[in-house]
Design a protein around this ligand. Structure first.
Ligand code: CUK
Ligand code: CUA
Length: 643
């Protein structure tokens, strides 16, 4: 056994060098990555027992989120968000289609990057997850009681909603920064050359209702035309602030790989959002026209409504002194993270040779002393040395993202040298490094972005898989790796494939969610306009060319199960109510030739499938989910006659 492991490790080491040409020599015998003997025991979750943690992992380009149990790495659920999903009917059923509505129409596929879990007083509260749609800028709120998307709000005046979403200390806001500076939506046709005059970098504040989670676009800041990348809300002493990394402060609009990397330092934008609220209260905001969709799903009507909004409040920093500050940060910072004490802000310059750590206290002192190095488009620039706590020297190559264990240590992902580096925040000393296979992007410590990290594991979310699993043609799965961080040295415990590209993920103790998970929807609370709460309420109603079938499903039949009177060319709406009131008894519904899909209906819920009667004759329908021993008997016939 030992030999096999050694051979594997050597092969892996050779390959990782070829992928990462500039991999630093593993000093201090950094072999934390060899397969440890007790690893299996640490990740073994016995059959019938539950995982310790939920891990909510973004699926990147698939627009979804997967729910993974840790430490086992078992995939428990896929939550469709910015996607149609041929498992749950999300985006196919008439009730869920409006969730994917935007000011551009129906946009059922987007690129989702950053999972953010809701926090109360800086700690995970297990209520909601938020995630961004990058391409057609949107933020979604996922209900952690139902594991479903409850709300999606589009963000106007934005392009490439990458820097998003990040929550403030008490879930006051989900905040989003635009990656592409864009001219305001309402200015119309301008030349791309007029970038510096006409383009803006918008930052959006989406308020979150404390009880319901309901979102609203409260206001947008119009900042200089630069690109925002990532952000973190402050904590404790810095709780009224949010910090955004930025790049392209050169304000290039072509060949960014060269032109946006000229300056030695870019900026971290520090926003005092409490101040912004004060300015709004004083009437400094301006209403401007902006078109964006706001989509809400209800578990009572079991349907979504989409509302097109028409204006947004904007705040111009020129009218709002002492609200924004730029902190210089070495070269193209990517991640921008705040430690659990709220005292340190860490910028990770992708192209920088150091990791700068800024002190919130020094930042406040420098503001009080008005110690600035000039201004950038009216916004004060801090003096780098005046706000710097210190730099971590030679941390590795390509620092991206930093998480915290709550014991004074930080863990930074190094994309180019493909490793995780553990360092001491106070002393700025590197303590340990461990390779990742291969090329880690984000990493996550359960509770890492909160004031109370759980600090038992770090999970690496990797971009490249190569030889880690059986080959599956040209496309390989991305992967995640689980490391034990309970000791001084990090130890690789497990590899697991991910669904889509894992960008950011957060993990949370199962105890915060498990007991509150919804098991059924109560049939007596169902207010769907086409519900049939019992077989006596089933019927077939014609409205011109539309035929509405009020249908029920229960083990093991549909009512009605023989339908006549439909004519060629009719549009038939099957409104299927699942009468079951037992946990985990969904019924499916499929009819031949359905022009969009199938349905999967949860207990107590009503969902609708639209079907066009496109030929004369008999068409069968049936249940697609194995619901009882008589599942195969759960079927019916539709007769279509000449008009
Ligand atoms: S980005 Cu994916 S590795 Cu979109 Cu958060 Cu840094
Ligand atoms: Cu219902 Cu199978």
């Amino acid at each position: 056994m030992k030999n096999i492991n050694t051979i594997k490790f050597l092969a892996v080491a050779a390959l990782s060098v070829s992928i990462n040409a500039c991999k630093p020599a593993g000093k201090n015998g950094s072999g934390g990555a060899t397969i440890a003997g007790d690893a299996a025991e640490k990740v073994y979750v016995a059959p019938g027992t539950h995982d310790e943690l939920y891990n909510f992992v973004s699926g990147g380009f698939n627009g979804q989120m997967s729910v993974v149990g840790l430490p086992s790495g078992r995939v428990l659920r896929i939550i469709p968000i910015f996607s149609q999903h041929a498992e749950s009917g999300w985006g196919y059923s008439e009730e869920t289609k409006p969730m994917l509505n935007t000011s551009h129409g129906f946009v059922p596929w987007d690129d989702a990057h950053h999972t953010t879990l809701s926090i109360t007083n800086g700690e995970h509260d297990g209520k909601w997850a938020f995630i961004n749609g990058n391409n057609t800028p949107r933020i979604a709120r996922i209900n952690l009681r139902t594991f479903r998307t409850d709300e999606i709000i589009e963000i106007p005046n934005s392009g490439g909603n990458h820097s998003s979403p990040f929550v403030t200390f008490n879930n006051e806001y989900a905040v989003a920064g635009t990656r592409f500076s864009v001219p305001p939506d309402n200015v119309g046709d301008v030349s791309i050359d007029s970038f510096k005059e006409n383009f803006k970098g918008y930052i959006s504040f989406i308020s979150i209702d404390k009880e319901t989670g309901r979102m609203a676009l409260k206001f947008q800041l119009t900042t200089p035309a630069i690109s925002y990348d990532l952000a973190r809300g402050g904590k404790g002493p810095s709780k009224d602030w949010i910090f955004f990394s930025s790049y392209n402060t050169e304000q290039a609009n072509t060949l960014l790989e060269v032109n946006a990397s000229q300056k030695d330092k870019d900026f971290i934008l520090a926003i005092n959002w409490k101040k912004a609220e004060e300015y709004l209260a004083k009437g400094k905001g301006k209403k401007t026209a902006a078109k964006y969709a706001h989509n809400v799903y209800s578990d009572i009507t079991h349907s979504a409504t989409s509302t097109m909004m028409s204006e947004v409040m904007t705040l111009d920093p020129k009218d709002c002194p002492d609200m924004l500050y730029f902190i210089p940060c070495p070269k193209s910072p990517h991640g921008c993270d705040v430690d659990p004490t709220g005292q340190y802000i860490i910028g990770s310059g992708k192209l920088a040779a150091v990791i700068p750590v800024f002190s919130f206290k020094k930042f406040q002192n420098a503001i009080a002393a008005k110690k600035f190095d000039g201004k950038f488009e009216g916004i004060p620039i801090m003096n780098y040395d005046a706000v710097l706590h210190g730099e971590v020297k030679k941390p590795g190559l390509g620092p991206l993202h930093t998480e915290f264990d709550g014991k004074g240590n930080a863990y930074t992902s190094m994309f180019v040298s493909s490793e995780i580096v553990k360092w001491d925040i106070e002393k700025l000393e590197v303590l340990d490094r461990v390779p990742t296979y291969y090329s880690v992007g984000h990493l996550s410590i359960p509770g890492g972005p909160t004031t109370k990290p759980f600090g038992k594991y770090v999970i690496a979310y990797n971009k490249i898989t190569k030889d880690r699993y059986l080959p599956t043609g040209p496309e390989l799965t991305q992967s995640a790796q689980l490391y034990d961080i309970s000791g001084e040295k990090m130890k690789l415990l497990l590899d697991f494939p991910t669904i889509g590209e894992p960008h950011y993920a957060e993990a949370i103790p199962a105890s915060l969610i498990e007991g509150k998970s919804v098991k059924i929807f109560k049939i007596e609370e169902n207010k769907h306009p086409y519900v049939a709460k019992g077989e006596k309420e089933t019927k077939v109603v014609r409205k011109g060319k539309e035929v509405h079938v009020y249908m029920t499903s229960s083990r093991s039949h549909f009512a009605p199960d023989n339908i006549e009177g439909v004519r060629l060319g009719d549009e038939v709406y099957f409104h299927v109510t699942n009468l079951e009131q037992d946990w985990d008894v969904p019924h499916g519904f499929a009819i031949r030739g359905a022009n969009n899909a199938e349905l999967l209906v949860m207990p107590g819920e009503t969902q609708t499938l639209k079907w066009t009667a496109d030929r004369i004759g008999i068409t069968p329908f049936y249940c697609t989910d194995f619901c009882s021993a008589l599942h195969q008997e759960m079927q019916g016939y539709m007769r279509v006659s000449a008009p």
